[in-house]
Design a binder for this molecule. Structure first.
Ligand SMILES: Cc1ncc(COP(=O)(O)O)c(C=O)c1O
Length: 416
């Protein structure tokens, strides 16, 4: 390729655009108007009830309850499976802060374990090493575009009598051996916040096959009332959603199967394109046990050595100039700037240091490498673009790969 890098003033390769996100159709707009005029705006209304049965059947569980976000879903799920203050809960080192916070906030001791180098999800061997007699639950996070190894984690849970709360905030519709993410553990937790593939702006849902767990979670989110409308036995809060949110979820769920199909096709196209051109960027290998992958993001690997010493950030900046917008991963959860574990508003300073993992000095080598230099993600709306758009993304990567030395010189000159 002879064109000048866009970073150096050349023409960007990508002139097509990914669709905007979030989206809503005419049906939601009509439903929304009807809801506004109905005077039935909340309190587990007809749209919420309908969505719960539609989502439960989509995931393949007996029950679903909607909650106000994908953080309180994890809190309530942990409480419903019996996690008590001081119990240890294993969380992967790479996730959004909420997974760790939800467990800390109900008084559990979070034990962070390292991630699998290919999928960036909880490594079952690391989870096994982190077990102590106080371990009571695992929270596998199906992160970005990969699922956790639910065979190995399920086996570990069975062997050690652990509860499994799946954090499926990134995986509405993924399936492991044809069983839905959110139906593989004791409880599944979903976020419906605005960036998610099924969204109501804010919102969350839990799925479970257990009548008992469902009833507890319902009480926890409905100020202590049971699903039958009678006072329940649990100390609940108001974690409800509104009918306006339920309308957006119902509309989004109608589109989701088609979106899943398109995103899987575009992901396969990108895999093939990047394999064909070679170079430092590749898509994470798909585990054949994943029978459907819902891509909240595509998980990629960046090989700094193959990029001739360019950093991930420099490489991604060159791609961004070409109109190919990829990003890095979350930071390690215990190093996240928004999660001040030692501030006096955090539950951590009030714990006995002898009882908790030493987060300040904790080393998780795979998490550190992935978050520091290797992990790359492409957000899901890009996978809803046309095939030509995906071809342009691959062409942008190809162009940058052919001019790595120029990118390096550019940044070296800037730094000098
Ligand atoms: C993996 C993961 N878990 C939990 C959450 C929390 O969801 P919410 O923002 O709806 O509270 C998120 C949100 O981004 C997430 O990415």
């Amino acid at each position: 390729m002879t064109e000048t890098l866009a970073l150096l003033g050349g023409k960007p390769v990508v002139d097509l655009r990914a669709p905007a996100w979030p989206i809503a159709g005419d049906l939601e707009v009509a439903w929304m108007e009807a809801v506004v005029r109905s005077g039935k705006w909340s309190w587990v209304g007809p749209h919420e009830q309908a969505f719960c049965s539609e989502f439960a059947s989509f995931i393949g569980t007996k029950h679903c309850a909607c909650l106000s976000n994908g953080t309180v879903t994890i809190q309530c799920a942990l409480q419903a499976v019996g996690i008590q203050p001081g119990d240890e809960v294993i969380v992967p080192g790479l996730t959004w802060t909420a997974t760790m916070q939800a467990a800390l906030d109900i008084g559990a001791n979070v034990v962070l374990a390292d991630i699998d180098p290919e999928t960036y999800c909880l490594d079952p061997a690391a989870a096994e090493k982190a077990l102590t007699p106080r371990t009571k639950a695992l929270i596998p996070v199906h992160l970005y575009g990969c699922m956790s190894d639910m065979d190995a984690l399920g086996e570990l849970a069975r062997k050690h009598n652990l509860k499994v709360v799946e954090d499926a905030a990134h995986q509405h519709g993924s399936r492991w051996r044809n069983v839905g993410a959110g139906a593989l553990g004791d409880v599944g937790s979903f976020s419906m916040q605005q960036s998610k593939v099924l969204t109501s702006g804010e919102g969350g849902a839990i799925t479970t096959n257990s009548e008992e767990i469902y009833e507890i979670i319902y009480c926890l989110k409905q100020v202590g009332w049971s699903p039958k409308g009678t006072p329940g036995n649990h100390y609940g809060h108001n974690y409800r959603i509104t009918e306006m949110q339920a309308v957006l979820l119902r509309g989004g769920l109608l589109r989701l199967p088609e979106h899943l199909r398109i995103r899987e096709e575009r992901a396969a196209q990108l895999v093939a394109g990047l394999e064909r051109i070679g170079g430092p960027l590749r898509v994470a290998r798909r585990d054949p046990r994943v029978t459907r992958q819902s891509y909240y993001a595509l998980t990629l690997h960046f090989d700094e050595a193959q990029a001739g010493g360019l950093t991930r950030e420099q490489y991604l900046a060159a791609l961004g100039s070409e109109g190919c917008h990829l990003g890095g991963t979350y930071p390690p959860v215990h190093r996240h700037g928004l999660l001040n574990l030692y501030d006096n508003t955090s539950p951590v300073p009030s714990r006995d240091p002898a009882e908790i993992q030493n987060y300040a000095e904790l080393e998780l080598p795979v998490t550190a490498r992935v978050t520091g230099s290797e992990g790359v993600v492409l957000m899901h709306q890009h996978l809803l673009g046309e095939e030509d758009y995906i071809d342009q993304l691959v062409a942008a990567v190809d162009k940058v790969n052919g001019k790595l030395e120029q990118v390096k010189t550019h940044f070296a000159t800037q730094e000098a």
